[in-house]
Design a binder for this molecule. Structure first.
Ligand code: IMP
Length: 204
């Protein structure tokens, strides 16, 4: 059976990946479950480059251990148009890794207010990279469009969800259930695109 190893230790990400990849019938595990530790420097200049760096690091370790698997990794963040795409690839590091999201979110609302942009457009972006046992790799990008809220709302989700407002739903992504969010999210969209690539590569 084909195996997918995802370069994460995050349980929520694994649940989403398993749900999306389930019907391929592959075994899905996290690098943590495989006993692999990897924390490469994310020094790429795009979400795609950083996803490739993370996936390649785990792929190399798995290969050295004789594990044959598809190795995937993601890199994601929030791009705000009136702030020239900030926080972008620095989303996790914005204002400092240990600064609470309540502070980061308040700061981004303030800067968006101060920009005077009436549209306040933003998007969540997620790149997913996959390294295949034949040595090739692919990388895809999923997005979800929204606007920066005037005030934070919602207590689900994580990170920037309370300030990411979806105009056609009239709520933020922090107001959605996991299931509702996964159906439209940047990560869900990227994973579904990668699933299509797997179907073409291994099932056609
Ligand atoms: P990473 O891709 O796990 O490195 O996460 C990047 C950062 O982007 C996270 O720490 C969050 O700050 C932000 N981010 C990515 N996806 C989401 C999301 O779905 N909701 C809220 N924040 C997100």
């Amino acid at each position: 059976m084909m195996k997918i190893i995802f370069a994460t230790g995050n349980k929520d990400k694994m649940a989403e990946i398993r749900e999306i990849m389930e019907d391929l019938g592959y075994e899905c595990s996290s690098m943590k479950e495989e006993g692999i530790e990897s924390d490469p420097e994310e020094n790429g200049t795009s979400f795609e480059e950083n996803a490739v760096i993370k996936a390649q690091a785990v792929y190399d370790i798995a290969k050295a251990r004789g594990i044959e698997a598809i190795v995937m990794a993601d890199d994601s963040g929030l791009e705000i148009d009136c702030l020239n795409g900030e926080p972008g690839i620095y989303s996790a590091r914005y204002l400092g890794r240990d600064v609470p999201y309540s502070v980061k979110n308040a700061d981004l609302i303030k800067r968006t207010d101060e920009s005077g942009d009436p549209d306040r457009t933003a998007r969540f972006v997620c790149a997913v990279a996959a390294f295949f046992p034949d040595g090739t790799h692919e990388v895809v990008r999923g997005t979800v469009e929204g606007v920066v809220a005037h005030t934070p709302s919602g207590n689900r989700g994580f990170g920037y969800d309370p300030i990411f407002f979806l105009p056609d739903r009239g709520c933020t992504t922090a107001d959605l259930t996991n299931e509702e969010k996964n159906a439209i999210s940047h990560r869900g969209n990227a994973l579904r695109m990668m699933k299509e690539i797997l179907v073409k590569k291994y099932h056609s």
